[in-house]
Design a binder for this molecule. Structure first.
Ligand code: 4AD
Ligand code: MG
Length: 468
């Protein structure tokens, strides 16, 4: 950090300034004014540069050049401050800066929307271009950055190969018909053949869209490198306006050759524990804010999870538990129906009170690639459910038997011609293998306590909204 900041004419980050062991005669900091308070003789400016949650208190006397301008600008201005770092008499902060010199880098005025009073998250979404400067979002995006790094560390420590799977693809992995179309055809007058759109004339000579999952390509790489993972943006044109769905989200998808469903669950458990432990160790100041202001008891919850053994329950058992719940759900419960969010939350929050793997779902409600169990009715699938968020991970053991996979595709109405390359992986050197997908934003909701997915991604894309 020192190198990068020193090059900018001696400026140091506020995080560094606050972590200093002893007073300093001269430091330079730059940042944005959070609050200005005029005292009798001096003014106090809280300066924040995003490097940490805390702001640095700047004490500014009227003799300092540009005093009036800096104070008048108020919240939102961008300042450079040179001064002495001295022990602060104020409670809750070790250091403050006594300014010798102030430079107004960017002015602000009373129309700046992020003035002192607290705003609703809903309002802040409408100013997503400014909300990174609000406390809660500073904390969210620092945690997001730290956990992105932790994801790579986790897999690197375990020898997994990082592979970049394509964003533009011709295949709808999940088969749910939720792909955004990618085309260069004229929307008003597309090329036609016999009355229908002639995709041959399109850029890629066939229909393409934005990926809903990197899994199928990930499987090909696992068939060469044994253990791989992808971590990238994923797109779903799912018209569901919920607090847990985004049209653009990030997903981490590991894939392991020679692994069955139990080993898949074990990896998911280690992974989640690692990420939570990492956040507790590296993001303490931000998590303390979430614990106090967003979800009471968050730290205790995360500390418990870091040590917990995750529970496992079959789908059939889960349905039994739901039927015996003695309460009415909005969506009826019956073997064969997909679990809804309310069911998932009941199981994880009230039946086990912690993370829960639900396994072996009915084949009919899961994707074509999942391995058929011997009962002929269920597949080797797993979903990891956590309190408040519900499904955070979806995974499975994959169908590695060519004949079973082909007949499954036929039953699902998938043309084998379109996935000839996927079938080839079962033709030559097929092996048992498993993987899962962790929704990065769902993880962040769990770790920060934020209740809406729109508040853990910088610029959310949801039905009717792709601003900024
Ligand atoms: O359960 P899903 O659909 O599984 C797959 O895509 C598999 N191909 C993964 C694999 O086995 N490699 O999605 C995985 C996870 C979900 O558990 C959820 O956390 C997240 O992705 N997710 C979403 N997150 C935000 N918005 C959406 N619309 C999401 N859809 C899925
Ligand atoms: Mg799923």
């Amino acid at each position: 950090m020192n190198n990068s900041t020193d090059r900018r004419q001696g400026r140091i980050r506020i995080k560094e300034a606050l972590a200093t062991a002893e007073a300093k005669e001269r430091i330079i900091v730059r940042g944005w004014t959070r609050t200005v308070r005029r005292g009798k003789e001096v003014a106090f400016i809280a300066l924040n540069d995003g490097s940490c949650f805390a702001s640095l208190q700047v004490v500014l006397g009227p003799d300092v050049e540009h005093y009036e301008a800096a104070v008048r600008c108020g919240t939102g201005a961008c300042l450079e401050v040179e001064g002495a770092l001295v022990a602060s008499p104020a409670a809750g902060q070790r250091w403050e800066v006594h300014a010798h010199r102030v430079k107004l880098l960017g002015t602000s005025d009373a129309a700046y929307p992020l003035q002192k009073k607290r705003h609703s998250f809903e309002y802040l979404r409408s100013i997503a271009h400014l909300r990174p400067r609000a406390n809660a979002f500073g904390a969210v995006f620092r945690v997001r950055s730290a956990l992105s790094f932790a994801i790579h560390s986790f897999f690197r420590e375990r020898g997994f190969l990082y592979v970049h799977t394509p964003i533009i693809t011709g295949n709808d992995c999940e088969g749910a018909g939720e792909m955004f179309r990618v085309t260069t055809l004229d929307a008003a007058e597309p090329a036609k053949l016999d009355g229908s759109i002639d995709w041959q004339q399109d850029f890629f000579s066939h229909r393409t869209g934005l990926t809903v999952s990197g899994q199928l390509q990930g499987e090909l790489f696992a068939s060469a490198f044994s253990d791989i993972y992808t971590f990238g943006p994923t797109f779903r044109a799912e018209n569901s306006n919920t607090s847990r769905h985004a049209a653009e989200f990030w997903m981490i998808e590991p894939e392991m050759a020679f692994a069955d469903l139990a080993e898949d669950c074990a990896l998911a458990e280690d992974f989640l524990r690692y990420l939570v432990t990492y956040a507790l160790q590296e993001c303490g100041e931000d998590l303390a804010f979430f614990d106090e202001r967003i979800e009471k008891g968050l730290l205790a919850k995360l500390e418990t999870l870091a040590k917990a053994e995750f529970q496992t329950m079959s789908y059939s058992e889960a349905v039994r538990r739901l039927e015996q719940a003695g309460r009415s759900f909005e969506f009826p419960v019956a073997w064969g129906a997909d679990l809804q969010s309310e069911h998932e939350r009941y199981l994880t929050e009230e039946v086990v009170g912690g993370p829960l793997f639900v396994t072996d779902y009915p084949a009919d409600i899961k994707a074509f690639y999942m391995r058929q169990n011997d009962d002929g009715k269920t597949v080797a699938a797993m979903d990891l459910l956590v309190p408040r968020v519900g499904e955070i991970i979806g995974g499975s053991q994959r169908e590695e038997r060519l004949d079973v996979l082909e007949s499954k595709m036929g039953a699902c109405g998938i043309d084998p011609q379109n996935l000839w390359w996927y079938l080839d992986s079962r033709r030559w050197g097929s092996c048992p293998h498993s993987g899962f997908g962790l929704g990065f934003e769902r993880l962040l909701m769990y770790v920060t306590g934020m209740e809406n997915i729109r508040d853990v991604i910088p610029f959310p894309r949801t039905p009717g909204n792709a601003n900024f």
